[in-house]
Design a protein around this ligand. Structure first.
Ligand SMILES: NC(=O)c1ccc[n+]([C@@H]2O[C@H](COP(=O)([O-])OP(=O)(O)OC[C@H]3O[C@@H](n4cnc5c(N)ncnc54)[C@H](OP(=O)(O)O)[C@@H]3O)[C@@H](O)[C@H]2O)c1
Length: 339
């Protein structure tokens, strides 16, 4: 059996990666259609050894398409996902538009694939990139010793903010080197040679929406009893999000037991040598599928505490790979017709 797939946002950072991942994982596709805004009609995107001509979402009929992988932002998702689902095509959406909707499962396959059995709207949400890699690493530890509280600081790459954000880091870096004026457009302050403790909009609580998303999405995916607090920071890295994480558990847990549980967990690779370079940095995880865990150590300031360093490619596990893994689960569990 093969399935007709539409990729909405195919010219974007995540959409292009979705096309790569579909090819790499040999997804059983009878046809793949690349869709974007009307301004991209006729442009070409790479697909395996060939190219796909981009078509307009506005004029595409979804009635014989099985799965729509959508990564075109919240406004497009809100307008289009319900209509696409009503045409009988399951939507896997990368934006935040439906993540906290009780009738939409929010899924990271290594953690809560079973949530896919209940998708009354025909829409599945993909989590925020920082949440996806975090819960992949938290899950085996939660199973082992029950997580009470998590404190996370993120170091998020500019690709998480889209194509234009990557261009801005490139332009600013060049401008600094050739002593041109630095233009700030996409980020609130200069990102080249800087870090910015601000991602998405500010809420009344003083947290940013990115930080809030990490809190509520972790609870929805993993366990509503987990307390999580976050500081989300943009750093001048092109691809790959890093996270410094402190975890407090109900039960005692050693660094050795945590390392063994993480080694056995799906989607996780442990690289944790206590020597120069014995850990993973974002540069090494770009283009990779795994969520890497390093620097696993006891936190001596709390009764049952651990600290670790988590790195993953935000365009892959944080977005495109996770979405394709969800599509694979839908196929393997024969959930497409049911939806
Ligand atoms: N980047 C990440 O790490 C990451 C992780 C998780 C989730 N996400 C989410 O994924 C989505 C896309 O992110 P991105 O980084 O790929 O952004 P991007 O590089 O800016 O790409 C945006 C894509 O959306 C398309 N688009 C915009 N308006 C459209 C419209 N009216 N109709 C059809 N297509 C339209 C664009 O097409 P044109 O080229 O024609 O304008 C482009 O293909 C966002 O919701 C983002 O929050 C991103």
């Amino acid at each position: 059996m093969a399935y007709k797939i539409a990729v909405v946002g195919a010219t974007g950072n995540v959409g292009r990666e979705m096309l790569n991942v579909l090819v790499e994982r040999q997804f059983p596709a009878s046809e793949v259609v690349a869709l974007a805004s009307t301004s991209s009609v006729g442009t070409e995107v790479s697909f395996g050894d060939g190219v796909l001509k981009v078509r307009a979402l506005d004029y595409y009929d979804f009635k014989d398409t099985d799965i729509c992988l959508m990564s075109a932002g919240g406004a497009v998702a809100k307008q289009w996902a319900p209509k696409i689902a009503a045409a009988g095509c399951v939507v896997i959406d990368n934006s935040s538009a439906f993540r906290m909707d009780r009738q939409v499962p929010l899924v990271v396959p290594e953690v809560n694939a079973e949530a896919l059995s209940d998708m009354p709207k025909g829409i599945v949400a993909n989590p925020n990139c920082s949440t996806a890699q975090l819960v992949v690493a938290l899950k085996p530890l939660h199973d082992l010793a029950t997580i009470k509280r998590v404190v996370v600081s993120t170091y998020q790459s500019v690709s998480g903010a889209g194509r234009e954000a990557m261009d801005e880091l490139f332009r600013q870096t060049r401008a600094v080197f050739v002593a041109d004026p630095v233009e700030v457009v996409k980020f609130p302050k200069q990102i080249a040679f800087n870090v910015i403790p601000h991602i998405d909009t500010f809420l009344d609580s003083g947290f940013t929406k990115e930080e809030w998303k990490m809190m509520v999405e972790t609870q929805k995916i993993l366990d509503p009893d987990i307390q999580l607090t976050a500081t989300c920071v943009r750093v001048p890295v092109f691809v790959g999000h890093s996270e410094a994480v402190a975890i407090e558990f109900e039960k005692p847990i050693t660094a050795e037991a945590a390392r063994a549980a993480l080694r056995a967990a799906p989607g996780v690779l442990v690289v944790d040598k206590r020597e120069d370079g014995g850990y993973v940095t974002p540069m090494e995880c770009a283009g990779e599928d795994a969520t890497y865990v390093s620097r696993i150590r006891k936190d001596p300031t709390v009764e049952n505490g651990l600290m670790l360093w988590i790195v993953a490619d935000n365009l892959r596990k944080g977005a495109a790979l996770n979405a394709v893994q969800i599509a694979e689960c839908l196929v393997n569990r024969k959930l497409l017709r049911a939806a």
